[in-house]
Design a protein around this ligand. Structure first.
Ligand SMILES: N[C@@H](CCC[C@H](N)C(=O)O)C(=O)O
Length: 269
């Protein structure tokens, strides 16, 4: 079976999008996702995105990490598929329903509410998630939040000085996080500006992470380090994040289509 795909990205965080709204597809196994995501022998991407019909929303978006695991949220992919859809869309995800509106160069997304309870992140045992009494080497006193997926956020003086390729996997797989975790290191540049690098669960270092930007912004806001509207600068570019206590998170930023192609299903299954 020949299957069409669309290669897209949000700030360099890249996706292979399979649109199963029109053409039904067999179940994606972990092996198929890994093979397609492989940058040497496959199409290559950080996440594989599967669009399906939905009974509760305009469509359903399923998200698979580079390692083949299915997860609850992807901020950059949400902007990308909103752009693809072309008009305001309610999107069903495993992490909750999202509302996305395309803009000239990307999309603005209602990302839903953040969850701060220790068992909602989830953590292995109870603790204050705004100021956690734990640390790894030079990284201490993180905050944690679930924004459809789990994140830990560590504030540092200089994000570039953190060996995230070495320490990221250690934190991602720490038994404190039973579902593993996305690891964010952030520097407060000013009350309206955060600099951020992310080690993504199941994908490693990426050029940008939309949910990481949301998670970092809300923790910085709760700690009163920044204003309620901030620019988050990632290696791939800028996102605008807005949030107030008790409200949903709003994320705005670019996304684009790179190219279209097709592949033979059995070659990757
Ligand atoms: N790149 C994404 C996040 C993708 C999922 C994440 N790695 C997880 O495992 O939860 C984004 O832009 O948010």
């Amino acid at each position: 079976m020949r299957v069409p795909f669309i290669k897209m990205h949000g700030l360099g965080n890249d996706f292979v999008v399979l649109d199963a709204r029109a053409q039904e597809l067999p179940d994606l196994g972990q092996a198929l996702v890994r093979n397609l995501a492989d940058r040497f022998t496959g199409i290559g991407c950080d996440q594989l995105i599967l669009l399906q019909p939905s009974e509760t929303a305009d469509f359903r978006m399923r998200i698979y990490n580079h390692d083949g695991g299915e997860v609850g949220a992807c901020g950059n992919a949400t902007r990308a598929v909103a752009l693809l859809h072309g008009s305001e869309a309610r999107i069903e995800t495993a992490g909750g329903a999202l509302l996305a509106s395309p803009t000239d160069d990307g999309a603005s997304v209602d990302m839903g509410p953040p969850h701060f309870d220790w068992d909602a992140i989830p953590l292995a045992y109870p603790m204050d998630t705004l100021s956690m009494p734990v640390g790894w080497e030079m990284l201490e006193n993180p905050g944690a939040v679930n924004v459809g997926n789990p994140h830990v956020v560590l504030f540092v003086d200089d994000t570039d000085a953190v060996p995230l390729d070495r320490i990221g996997p250690e934190i991602e797989n720490d038994p404190l996080f039973p579902e593993r975790v996305n690891v964010n290191v952030a520097t407060i540049v000013s009350p309206s500006h955060i600099r951020l690098r992310v080690w993504e669960r199941g994908a490693g270092l990426t050029r940008a992470c939309g949910t990481g930007a949301c998670a970092t912004a809300v923790i910085a806001m709760r700690r009163r380090l920044v204003d309620r509207e901030v620019t988050v600068t990632l290696p791939g570019g800028d996102l605008q994040i807005g949030w107030s206590e008790g409200e949903n998170i709003r994320m705005t930023g670019p996304a684009s289509e790179s190219f279209r192609g097709s592949f033979e299903w059995d070659d990757y299954a």
